[in-house]
Write a protein that binds this ligand. Structure first.
Ligand code: ADP
Ligand code: GLC
Length: 478
């Protein structure tokens, strides 16, 4: 082949249209960066209700048809739009995508079984003939199997398939009946060799078995996934395919997250002129109405409130932490046990805490800009973007050494003065507090604090590096 392979990225969410977490950031940033490297990369996602509300007038309809879904016929619309030089394709069906991005339970399985089938059908409808389908997470897991079985004779060209694991915790497990009913898949494939795992049909496993290559979002997580604790039942297939698995570290969109130009923050600042980071801190104090001195360190979290993110450690240690001269800020949503806890903390310590339960993108920017430290004590972390975003805003991450947190945060070395943040190893609240205490004592040492902030802001976390590695991987697949 001459020139670069053409890539279709397929995922459940993408920036700038729909985001619930890092997956959307990565898909959007990868597409943009590949384009800047001269690769024709396009993106296909469901047309979620939230997209419809903002972009309806700008969408062009490519196809409006009906497809077979098991014994039924379902509507399939394919629409398109260009943003930031990237062409996006949207799979339209109100029944499946007219509400929440993730409906939970069986309804969510149905959403994404439909999506997998619809993507295969849409390949014949769009004006783009990709060489590689780059599939992301379990929502796309049935596509490799469908293309290599049902659709094998339908397309002249055999497309190569890359499957990327962003988080192995989510696998899309369901009864096989549903898969058979919606996709017409024979129970021949319902064995441990193919899509069965632990008595369920497993969409992630289907992706891992049928894709040509597998990647994940950091080198350390790629190693960790070979072990049962991290692999969550997939360590066997991943170990068996070890030579097809690689880890490519995520980056961040340095245009979206840029303290020098960010229009969401109170004042812009840069590594060479940090004075206005103070203005951001002051504005954050007003916005979230906590009331500590401007010199008091602010420890922040921007996170899904789930066990993965170390919420149990924070719940255990937060009241002890709040006895010190600190303020604690959290923006997030998730499990009600954690949301309730933070609401309780906000009521009990109004002067020292700022709690926002919900999803709020501009506020996230203001927290990254205004805080002094970002706490991320994850139990596991495939990559993590928040710690990289924080570094870009001179906010030092305090992380547990797991997955991508190992690959992106250089822990402060008290002997050499090097580092871009703070880290602890064991998943334990006391160890986390030791790292927090080191951060707080370092905060008082202004020359060192300045140096660490500078190191963090100069860390090369942009997505281009990652996109270059994906480009090399795509080439090696042909
Ligand atoms: P994950 O994808 O596991 O949730 P990442 O660190 O990879 O974790 O990415 C999380 C992304 O979502 C970051 O861009 C972070 O700023 C953003 N984010 C998380 N929670 C919220 C929230 N409540 N409001 C706004 N942005 C959020
Ligand atoms: C997942 C992971 C997170 C990663 C993101 C993007 O949501 O939990 O660690 O950064 O995907 O790859």
């Amino acid at each position: 082949m001459t020139g670069h392979p053409k890539i279709l990225l397929v995922a459940s969410e993408t920036m700038p249209f729909v985001k619930t977490g890092g997956l959307a950031d990565v898909v959007g940033a990868l597409a943009k960066s590949l384009i800047s490297l001269g690769v024709d990369a396009r993106v296909m996602v469901p047309k979620h209700a939230i997209i419809k509300s903002g972009y309806q007038d700008e969408l062009d309809t490519i196809a409006s048809t009906a497809i077979e879904l098991g014994w039924r016929k379902e509507y399939l619309g394919v629409q398109t739009l260009e943003a930031d030089g990237v062409t996006y394709y949207f799979i339209d069906n109100e029944d499946y995508f007219g509400g929440a991005v993730y409906r939970g339970g069986k309804a969510e399985n149905e959403q994404y079984l439909f999506f997998c089938k619809a993507v295969c059908e849409a390949l014949a409808l769009i004006d783009f003939d990709p060489d590689i389908l780059h599939l992301n997470d379990w929502h796309t897991g049935m596509i490799p199997m469908l293309l290599k079985t049902h659709y094998q004779s339908r397309f002249d060209k055999e497309r190569r398939l890359l499957f990327t694991i962003h988080n192995i915790e989510f696998q899309g497990k369901m009864g096989f009946d549903l898969v058979g009913d919606m996709l017409g898949v024979s129970d021949y494939y319902y064995t441990p060799e193919y899509i069965e795992a632990g008595g369920c049909a497993n969409m992630l496993k289907a992706g891992l078995v049928f894709a040509d290559r597998i990647s994940t979002v950091s080198p350390t997580y790629a190693d960790e996934l070979m072990y049962p604790w991290f692999g969550q039942g997939m360590e066997g297939i991943l170990s068996a395919r070890r030579h097809d698995v690689c880890g490519i570290l995520n980056g961040i969109d340095t245009e979206v997250f840029d303290p020098e130009t960010d229009s969401d923050i109170a004042a812009n600042f840069s590594q060479s002129n940090m004075t206005d980071k103070r203005a951001c801190k002051k504005a954050l104090r007003e916005e979230l109405s906590f009331n500590v001195k401007l010199t008091t360190p602010v420890i922040a979290m921007v996170t899904r409130m789930t066990r993965q993110k170390g919420m149990d450690l924070v719940r255990y240690a937060l009241e002890e932490l709040l006895q010190e001269d600190v303020a604690f800020v959290i923006l997030g949503a998730g499990e009600s046990q954690y949301e309730d806890f933070f609401n309780y903390i906000a009521a009990k310590y109004p002067e020292k805490t700022g709690v926002y339960i919900g999803y709020n993108e501009p506020l996230a920017h203001r927290i990254y800009a205004g805080a002094d430290f970002l706490l991320m004590p994850s139990e596991f972390e495939p990559c993590g973007l928040s710690q990289m975003i924080a570094q870009r805003y001179g906010t030092l991450p305090i992380v547990r050494e797991t997955g991508g947190l190992v690959d992106t945060v250089a822990p402060y070395n008290i002997y050499t003065g090097e580092g871009t943040g703070f880290a602890f190893t064991t998943f334990n609240a006391h160890d986390m507090m030791a790292a927090v205490h080191l951060a707080l004592s370092t905060y008082k040492n202004k020359p060192i604090l300045r140096k660490l902030r500078k190191n963090a802001m100069l860390a090369q976390n942009g997505f281009l590096k990652s996109a270059e590695q994906y480009k090399a991987l795509y080439k090696s697949m042909l």
